[in-house]
Design a protein around this ligand. Structure first.
Ligand code: UGA
Length: 447
């Protein structure tokens, strides 16, 4: 059992805090937003994340999990202090580290004994070393002669599957300066010893780079198949069959090879830009990543263009799904929201919209744009629309009844941007089917 403090209760911080408590540690989670802390203290999860609320109530009941806004209390509690605050995108594309810096400043101000400060936020290479120097200088200025360590422990969990991913990681990466830090972290993660999870122990610089390289690689893989899909549409090939056959090659693997309207979320867009920015700063440009960033933006625009090209005069469009992916209410950089914004901006379209969890967030994001109609179900959304667009592959959109869909729509047009359905089935039911990388039959080459 260890005493752990987690600073920041976003996706990474909250899920890590819940997980650490589940493993038997005594955990205090700190956040600056009082309403969030108050909710968490009552067992209410501020984000929609499957499994999180159960772990939250288990943790609170066990007495091993506490939430506070009190910095002093939080810093005094943990021997290990995890930093899991946001690293938003600065206007120039670099990662803004102001929250990370203020976290280490607070630790230095309140610490009375040894602390291992572990960074879990995604931060540019060199940050752990900079944090170490910053803490040293601050402690010195406060006349405090207290030993401490800094380490990097990047997190690889996905939103929507965060609880499962945290409890079942592919690898644990520990970037350490000292053996003492390694021992503390190995002790914490010994829960994975029985399942033989690989523990990579390396320098903080390498650990920080592993995180960015992993995210940038996945973003590149998605973008690659998206561009192949765009070409498939032009030449009359089927991108799903291409991806499936490519994925059979063990060196490629079928994962993250699903074409769609572009990647979104709080990580890939921000992290690719921050990595490209680091490359530029160090004179080692990441030209592949730079084009991925551009291609992904283009992919989102292309998705909207498919709809406007098919309905140039405007009309009523049903948009199903607004979150950046299923099982989350997060709409940050969501392709669905960008499509909505584009369609609404021109003033020619009425947009009927529905998402199982992200309605409040989307309503907020699209506030002030006229033409938006908020619906309570997929069926209601489609009623009277000229076409339906599946922008996010929530499970409830994967079993739509084609006959009902045809009856509800004024024109039987389906834009299946996530390839939830098979073109042959949709066309057999009399729908005009537009997938991503799967063009309608009449537009395929030679047809
Ligand atoms: C991503 C990484 O997958 C996690 O490993 C990482 O920890 C996290 O970023 C982070 O850095 O915090 P996340 O953004 O939650 O996780 O979601 P993903 O499942 O990776 O999906 C990202 C985007 O890519 C979504 O918009 C999704 O729809 C899209 N995507 C994913 C595709 O378009 N095609 C695919 O084949 C896979």
């Amino acid at each position: 059992m260890q005493k752990i403090t987690v600073i920041g209760t976003g996706y990474v911080g909250l899920i890590a805090g819940l997980g650490f408590a589940k493993w038997g540690n005594e955990v205090v989670c700190l956040d600056v937003i009082p309403e969030k802390i108050e909710k968490l203290q009552r067992g209410v999860c501020p984000i929609y994340e499957p499994g999180a609320e159960t772990q939250l109530s288990d943790g609170l009941r066990s007495g091993r999990l506490r939430f506070t806004c009190d910095v002093k209390e939080a810093v005094e509690h943990g021997d290990l202090i995890f930093i899991a605050v946001g690293t938003p995108e600065a206007p120039d594309g670099s990662a803004d580290l102001k929250y990370v810096y203020s976290a280490v400043d607070e630790i230095a101000d309140y610490m009375q004994g040894y602390k291992l400060v572990v960074d879990k936020s995604t931060v540019p290479v060199g940050t752990a070393r900079a944090l170490k120097q910053r803490m040293s200088a601050r402690l010195k200025s406060l006349n405090k002669d207290i030993p401490f360590d800094v380490a990097s422990n990047p997190e690889f969990l996905r939103e929507g599957r965060a609880v499962g991913d945290f409890g079942n990681p592919d690898r644990i990466v520990l970037g350490v300066f000292t053996q003492q830090a390694e021992q503390h972290l190995r002790e914490l993660y010994k829960v994975f010893a029985r399942s033989n999870k690989p523990v990579v122990v390396t320098t903080p610089e390498t650990a920080e780079m592993i995180k960015y390289a992993s995210n940038a690689f996945l973003a590149t893989k998605i973008t690659f198949i998206n561009e192949i899909a765009n070409l498939c549409e032009q030449v009359g090939a089927n991108a799903l069959e291409v991806a499936a056959a490519m994925g059979k090659d063990g060196r490629i693997s079928p994962k993250f090879l699903h074409p769609g309207p572009g990647y979104g979320g709080s990580c890939f867009p921000k992290d690719t830009k921050a990595l490209a920015d680091t490359g530029t700063k160090y004179g080692a440009p990441l030209t592949v990543v730079e084009s991925v960033i551009r291609a992904n933006q283009h992919q989102k625009e292309l998705a909207a263009k498919k709809i406007t090209d098919r309905f140039p005069a405007g009309g009523t469009i049903a948009l199903l799904g607004l979150s950046f992916k299923p099982e989350t209410d997060d709409i940050r950089e969501s392709p669905a929201v960008e499509i909505a914004r584009t369609l609404l901006a021109g003033g020619r379209y009425t947009l009927r919209m529905y998402d199982p969890k992200a309605m409040d967030n989307a309503r907020q994001a699209l506030k002030g744009l006229s033409g938006a109609v908020w619906c309570g179900s997929a069926q209601e959304t489609m009623t009277g629309a000229d076409a339906v667009v599946i922008a996010t592959e929530w499970t409830e959109f994967s079993a739509l009844d084609f006959a009902e869909l045809k009856a509800a729509l004024r024109q039987p047009v389906l834009f299946d941007l996530r390839n939830v359905y098979r073109k042959a089935d949709a066309e057999a039911a009399g729908l005009e089917y537009h997938g991503t990388g799967v063009a309608p039959t009449q537009r395929s080459a030679g047809a």
